[in-house]
Ligand binder design. Structure first.
Ligand SMILES: [Zn+2]
Length: 180
């Protein structure tokens, strides 16, 4: 057995971790449209939401409540309500995390390189408030070939309503105005 290899891997991981934390600090210092103190975030978010969005934690595979959500609507940032993904780009990736092949608007998200696991991954954050959302990989379906692998805890779902533009035409014809 080569006893040096694990140590080298450890050193490489630590080095990568230092780079990652330097990058994270750089990211944290960027001016955002929505900026809150740590205490304010803790008050606003559940412990799970806080761990994911403010500490870049990853929710356990297969546990997210939006994983198999098939309803039509918009996935918004849990931190600042910015629209991040549409149900139109959601797909079943089989990974255990909600997956999308494109963001709602490229201008609403920001990416950076993350070495948290010892190798490079592309982290995705909310551009408005800096919330960690997940990662993006290049093994997604057409037309983009991208897979935005998101945490349910970073998102909240706003279901299309009859009043929203996307479903207005259909709603006018099919939906009775009065409640049943
Ligand atoms: Zn946000």
């Amino acid at each position: 057995m080569n006893v040096r290899a694990p140590r080298l891997i450890l050193i490489a991981s630590i080095a990568a971790g230092l780079v990652a934390s330097a990058l994270a600090q750089e990211g944290a210092s960027k001016p955002r449209k929505v900026m809150k103190t740590d205490a304010e975030w803790r008050k606003q978010l559940t412990p799970n939401q806080y761990a994911v969005t403010r500490q870049a934690d990853t929710e356990p595979r297969g546990t997210g409540k939006l994983l198999h959500n098939k309803a039509k609507g918009i996935y918004e940032c849990v931190g600042c309500d910015t629209p991040l993904f549409s149900s139109k780009t959601k797909f079943e990736s089989g990974t255990g995390w909600p997956s999308f092949f494109a963001p709602y608007d490229q201008a609403n998200v920001e990416t950076s390189t993350d070495f948290k696991l010892g190798y490079a991954r592309t982290e995705v954050v909310c551009k408005t408030c800096g919330s960690h959302l997940g990662h993006v990989f290049d093994d997604g379906p057409a037309p983009t070939g991208l897979r935005f692998c998101m945490n349910s805890a970073a998102l909240k779902f706003a279901k299309d309503t009859p009043a929203s533009p996307a479903s207005k035409d259909k709603a006018d014809k099919d939906q009775p105005a009065a409640p049943k």
